[in-house]
Design a protein around this ligand. Structure first.
Ligand code: NAP
Ligand code: F7E
Length: 333
């Protein structure tokens, strides 16, 4: 019998999947990472784990229920973290069916698999603050909590809400240890390049290096509660260590506009006033927007004894520094 716990991570080559894989490996887990097949290689975030004997990767797709069954039968995991998703809110308006099939249908396939094959497996669902949408059901000082009304305004958020409730239903109806983490926006140097924070830090690095003149953005007035992905994967792990499964909001408790994020990055980059560099493009506006998100993670702080260590300004500086350094390295070669 192996002493190692086994964890499965879907979307292991994504931002969160890669940080979570690092964390679990550091805790002595055997990690089985699942990734979908792509025609171009996109494993850079986990390449450093390739030779680690405790790390394995398999192909899988959220839409392939049989593949999930095989993986569960083969590895009989202690923990299962479902992080895979078409995770871009704006894109979900263009491919709503695919987004929904993967997030809503794919989550259900995994829950059914666990129920029938490995009911002892502890399950983590990557729920999202987008589910609150524009409900405005929050305390102005503290923000949204686990009991706030949810009113999603995008196909992505509706699909996440389906998966969120399905996770609760499987917990209550079948007694599965199934937990949803309602995570507010979290970013890092490994953030996907089309999300607004990374788009800004990469562009500022290129502008600073003289490789680009302008950055094109949409709505600068949206507010987000931005935290650091490295802190947030710790909360995911803590949730699955609790004796009883439950849902938790994970957030910093501070909200900032896209404008404020720009100000921090451009001033840190030594470029001065961001308005000289930013062009507006209406094509980057969404059919529906979530204007304001602030999270109240009191429950996670109390029960999980979790707290975020990185605030928005530190996060923005970390992301710019990383993008500028890797650009500099590339230019030197
Ligand atoms: P991400 O970087 O976009 O990673 C998503 C992962 O899912 C990628 O590995 C992606 O593969 C994979 N994937 C996409 N479609 C798939 C499919 N049909 N079958 C199998 N895998 C598929 O997202 P993230 O920022 O790490 O977020 C992790 C999870 O948390 C997601 O479910 C996201 O919706 C949710 N979430 C994120 C945030 C946030 O602020 N980051 C907040 C709340 C919730 P490819 O690389 O091939 O595309
Ligand atoms: O947009 C505005 C945009 O795409 C943030 C995902 O991880 O967090 C993420 O969803 C804000 C929005 O993240 C551009 O309109 C302006 O108001 O970085 P984003 P998101 O939509 O908040 C949640 C919690 C998730 O669950 C999702 O998976 O920035 N914005 N101009 C822009 N956004 C983008 N992407 N690009 C722009 O040019």
């Amino acid at each position: 019998m192996s002493m190692h716990k086994t964890a499965i991570i879907t979307g292991v080559n994504g931002q969160d999947g890669s940080y979570l894989a690092d964390l679990l490996i550091s805790k002595g887990y055997r990690v089985v990472g699942l990734k979908r097949r792509t025609s171009s290689i996109n494993t850079t975030r986990v390449d450093h784990l390739y030779d680690n004997p405790n790390f394995k990767m398999h192909h899988y797709d959220l839409t392939d229920g049989a593949a999930v069954m095989h993986i569960l039968e083969k590895y009989k995991p202690d923990e299962f973290y479902n992080l895979a998703a078409q995770s871009h809110v704006a894109v979900s308006f263009e491919i709503p069916e695919y987004t929904s099939d993967g997030i809503a249908g794919g989550t259900l396939k995994i829950l059914e698999g666990i129920r029938t094959v490995t009911p002892y497996t502890r399950y983590y669902q990557a729920s999202s603050s987008e589910m609150f949408g524009d409900s405005k059901d929050y305390d102005p000082e503290r923000g949204y909590n686990e009991g706030s009304r949810m009113m999603p305004v995008s196909p992505y958020a509706v699909a996440k809400l389906h998966a969120h409730h399905m996770t609760r239903v499987y917990r209550e109806a079948y007694g599965l240890h199934a937990t949803s983490g309602i995570l507010f926006n979290h970013e890092s140097p490994r953030r996907g390049e089309t999300f607004v924070t990374r788009k800004i830090t990469m562009a500022a690095a290129r502008i600073r290096a003289g490789l680009q003149e302008k950055l094109t953005l949409g709505n600068l007035d949206a507010h987000r509660d931005w935290g650091f992905a490295g802190d947030y994967v710790e909360a995911m792990w803590l949730m699955l260590q609790q004796p009883v499964a439950d849902d938790y909001v994970v957030a910093t408790g501070k909200t900032h506009s896209v404008r404020e994020f720009l100000e921090v990055v451009f001033s840190h980059a030594g470029l001065g006033d961001y308005t000289q560099y930013v062009d507006f493009d209406a094509r980057l506006l969404r059919p529906n927007e979530v204007p304001y998100l602030l999270g109240d993670s009191y429950k996670a702080r109390r029960v999980l004894e979790w707290e975020p260590k990185v605030d928005m300004p530190a996060l923005a500086r970390m992301m710019f520094d990383s993008d500028y350094e890797s650009l500099y390295e590339k230019l030197r070669k």
